[in-house]
Design a protein around this ligand. Structure first.
Ligand SMILES: [Mn+2]
Length: 431
């Protein structure tokens, strides 16, 4: 029996207020989609089966390198974080798993994490290692790198940390490890591009050998920051080389914020699918760089175009195509729970819109070089307001028609603020 952190009656009362309007809107949209030969209930059924993992670090208030402004009732530890993640799942029914960050979420016995997750009805998605900052008491510093460090003992420490993440993950039912490193350089000449990448590959091969049979390892590229001149894993090309060098359990993870502005990310996604190396996503949005804003907040059209490639791959039955979906955001000025609720919904929105694309017509226009109608075919799907589908998927799964309204009505944040004294630090941050 799942323990809910928000009383079921509160959600039911809010749903009652909105149920008749939703029914009318859903029927009207159903009639409209039927004219195009689409069955709304089958679209809703697919949306209801689409899930995205919430990052444990996302429920704490984030910050910038300038300042962090703590919110009220911030989670004090991983158990509080799991409680907050459970609220997001209770209301959206789109986020049944949590992605942990070690050492931030480390506890004495990982079975306690599993037990708390089980009680809340939450599972665990990919594990995230951290060799981009120094943990308290750590022997070797990562100031000048980790897996690619010039010093063998520092590399060994970083490798062992990743192996420990795998061990914790095994204890809680995770099946993947995501590796993102901050290694790189700030000045031309500071490091050798070639030798640092050789060292990185050697380290990753050692980690890969420790990967359980049914696990996958994801490498995550990022073009800049914290290193500003060069990073060791800077782009999808390097990432593809890594996944290829390591073997069949290695895949590329695409964090939407880790590219130069205006890069055609949906095309990168298509390439990685085509060559069977797309591992998954860190969803977020950005205006200028790795802003880590709420998914779909700045450029929902790009999110749609990414999902168009994913749905296209599903249609074609693309080989080795099992992308992991995770959110990776930093919430500096909003209640993190509200931002994550909204993001989960926006990610599902992009998926639902992509499901409406008429692939047969699109292919025909592409073959005929009818650029305008090909473009219109995508836009017709993107212009469709799929809100009633998203709300119905939540309602039918036991969630909230309007999850942010239900969350606010519950007073959850005020309640936890009384139990959780304000902390100055906290481990919310930018990843
Ligand atoms: Mn990321």
């Amino acid at each position: 029996m799942t323990e809910y952190r928000i009383a079921g009656e509160i959600v039911a009362a809010d749903n009652d207020k909105r149920a008749s309007a939703l029914k009318a809107d859903y029927e009207a949209l159903g009639v409209r989609l039927a004219r195009d030969g689409l069955d709304i209930d089958s679209v809703t059924g697919k949306v209801a089966q689409f899930f995205v993992a919430v990052p444990s670090w996302g429920v704490g208030t984030g910050g910038t390198r300038f300042a962090r402004f703590p919110g009220s009732g911030e989670p004090r530890n991983i158990f509080d974080k799991l409680d907050d993640c459970a609220v997001i799942q209770q209301l959206t029914r789109a986020t049944p798993t949590v992605s942990l960050h070690i050492p931030w979420d480390k506890v004495d016995d990982p079975r306690r994490l599993k037990a708390h997750g089980d009680a809340l009805g939450l599972g665990f998605d990919a594990m995230n290692s951290n060799t981009f900052s120094d943990a308290p008491g750590q022997e070797k510093s990562y100031k000048f790198g980790s897996l690619s460090h010039t010093d063998a003992a520092t590399r060994r420490q970083a490798i062992e940390h990743n192996i420990e993440c795998i061990e914790i993950g095994r204890a809680i039912g995770s099946k993947a490890l995501t590796v993102w490193i901050g290694d790189g350089s700030n000045f031309p000449g500071q490091t050798s591009f070639t030798r640092s990448f050789e060292r990185y590959l050697d380290s990753m091969k050692t980690i890969y050998q420790q990967l359980p049979e049914d696990w996958r390892i994801f490498s995550e590229h990022k073009m800049y920051e914290p290193a500003f001149y060069s990073t060791v894993v800077q782009d999808w090309g390097t990432n593809y080389l890594i996944a290829t060098e390591l073997g069949e359990k290695a895949f590329c993870l695409v964090d939407l914020g880790h590219h130069a502005p205006n890069v055609n990310i949906e095309m990168i996604v298509a390439r990685l699918i085509q060559f069977r190396k797309l591992g998954g996503f860190h969803f977020n949005d950005s205006k200028y760089g790795d802003d880590d804003l709420d998914a779909g907040a700045i450029d929902p059209h790009r999110l749609f175009l990414v999902f168009n490639e994913l749905v296209d791959a599903e249609h074609r039955g693309a080989e080795n195509f099992h992308p992991a979906h995770m959110i990776d955001q930093s919430h500096n000025v909003t209640d993190p729970i509200e931002s994550l609720i909204r993001s989960a919904n926006e990610i599902r929105r992009a998926y639902a819109q992509a499901l409406l694309v008429n692939h047969k017509a699109l292919e025909g226009y592409q073959e005929d070089n009818d650029a305008l109608m090909a473009s219109e075919t995508l836009k017709a799907a993107y212009r469709t307001d799929v809100d009633p589908i998203l709300a119905m998927a939540r309602l039918q799964a036991g969630g909230a028609i309007d999850p942010i309204a239900a969350y606010r009505a519950s007073g959850y944040r005020q309640n936890v603020a009384r139990e959780r004294p304000a902390v100055a630090g906290g481990s919310g941050g930018i990843v």
